[in-house]
Write a protein that binds this ligand. Structure first.
Ligand SMILES: NC(=O)c1ccc[n+]([C@@H]2O[C@H](COP(=O)([O-])OP(=O)(O)OC[C@H]3O[C@@H](n4cnc5c(N)ncnc54)[C@H](OP(=O)(O)O)[C@@H]3O)[C@@H](O)[C@H]2O)c1
Length: 343
């Protein structure tokens, strides 16, 4: 069964309803290049045509692996990467400045063995950098043919709207997509981000549709701590007995039962839920192994009935994110003096 295609926002490009994330390829997840390439090829053969990576994933090694995998197949893929995260030690090799963007894109193109990117994403907002500076640099990259489109990731609703207005008022190219966190356990974006994306015709490619593994069935209440590739990078977030995760474990028990009743796996229930939202273009799956990829591919054909969707709403209400850390974006901490008027 092949994976259906969906429009990528209003660009006219068609992408597969599942995207392949490559954050797990490289020392941070699967250090075996040949195995990672085998997973990428299997995904392409199954009909996935959108690949997502980032310069910061294993400090460039994920991009290197993707570049090797796409030798001879580059034109079949809508290739997306990101900038913003810290690369190496130089404090200016990070962020959203024109200076770094112009340098970072060249590094990504070299590692990805291509002369252009299809989508270049701002990995996170940078409150201290004028957003128009970032949009200006990205617009220049479009005009120079280095990138076809640009998008954002984990942006708050206000910044998504600001990007659209800046493009219109300052003659910049338009942001065409947003990559937010979205899963049954992290539904915060249903309040504003997804409706805004629909209003402006943005493509939406959610990350962590399985909540980083919580929705695979391996984390169970009263069960043993499962092995996870993430514990070391994000202490506590994948710890089964941490109080911050208690609500997630309760939800998983109810969702696993619901999936059983519906006759599908918890993984398919979770991915089909994200696919069902009308704002969503393609959830980005993040397999670390070949078997993990296989467990997810058929989800694109799974549709949830209205009854099952209603039951999910009872377990995790619309707009609710059970653990604040799963929201992805934390607004900057307030300076204690913020409410003092200058004397
Ligand atoms: N823009 C952003 O800020 C951002 C943030 C995160 C991710 N992303 C993108 O989104 C992609 C997906 O994110 P994600 O990796 O967090 O997605 P996810 O699907 O929520 O989680 C993937 C993890 O689930 C576990 N898993 C998957 N299938 C499994 C199975 N059959 N059995 C047991 N465990 C299974 C694996 O954990 P183990 O490795 O522990 O086995 C795997 O690493 C990434 O590759 C990246 O491209 C973007």
């Amino acid at each position: 069964m092949s994976i259906p295609l969906r429009p990528f926002g209003r660009t006219g490009v068609k992408v597969s309803a599942l995207a392949l994330g490559t954050m797990m390829f490289g020392p941070r997840g699967n250090p075996d290049h040949d195995d990672s390439i085998r997973i990428i090829h299997r995904a392409l053969d199954a009909g996935i045509n959108l690949i997502d990576t980032a310069d910061v994933y294993s400090q460039g090694e994920s991009e290197t692996i993707v570049g090797k995998a796409l030798e001879g197949r580059r034109d079949d893929v809508f290739l997306a990467t990101k900038f913003h995260g810290q690369i190496g030690d130089d404090p200016n090799h990070a962020g959203n400045s024109r200076r770094w963007i112009i340098r970072a894109v060249e590094d990504s193109l070299r590692r990805l063995r291509t002369d252009h990117l299809d989508l270049y994403q701002v990995h996170r907002p940078e409150p201290d950098t004028d957003f128009d500076e970032t949009l200006g640099a990205l617009s220049d990259l479009v005009r120079h043919g280095k990138i076809r489109y640009f998008g954002t990731s984990t942006f708050p609703p206000s910044a998504i709207v600001e990007g659209q207005w800046l493009a219109e008022r300052r003659g910049r190219e338009r942001v065409v997509s947003e990559q937010p966190p979205y899963s049954i356990l992290a539904r915060g974006v249903e309040r504003e981000v997804l409706p805004i994306a629909q209003k402006y015709g943005l493509a939406v490619i959610p990350w962590s549709p399985l909540a980083g593994g919580w929705l695979t069935g391996k984390f169970r209440k009263g069960g043993a701590q499962p092995p996870t590739s993430r514990g070391a990078h994000q202490p506590g977030r994948f710890q089964i007995d941490a109080p911050e995760n208690a609500a997630k474990l309760d939800a998983v028990e109810a969702l696993a039962q619901l999936a059983d009743q519906a006759g599908i796996s918890l993984i398919h229930l979770a991915l089909a839920f994200v696919l069902e939202h009308p704002a969503v273009t393609a959830p980005i799956i993040g397999p670390r192994t070949f078997e993990q990829l296989e467990s997810q591919l058929d989800a694109a054909q799974t549709r949830l009935t209205p009854d099952v969707l209603d039951e999910i709403d009872k377990i995790v209400p619309p707009g609710v994110t059970l653990s604040a850390r799963d929201q992805g974006y934390q607004p900057p901490a307030l300076d204690p003096s913020h409410r003092r008027r200058p004397a």
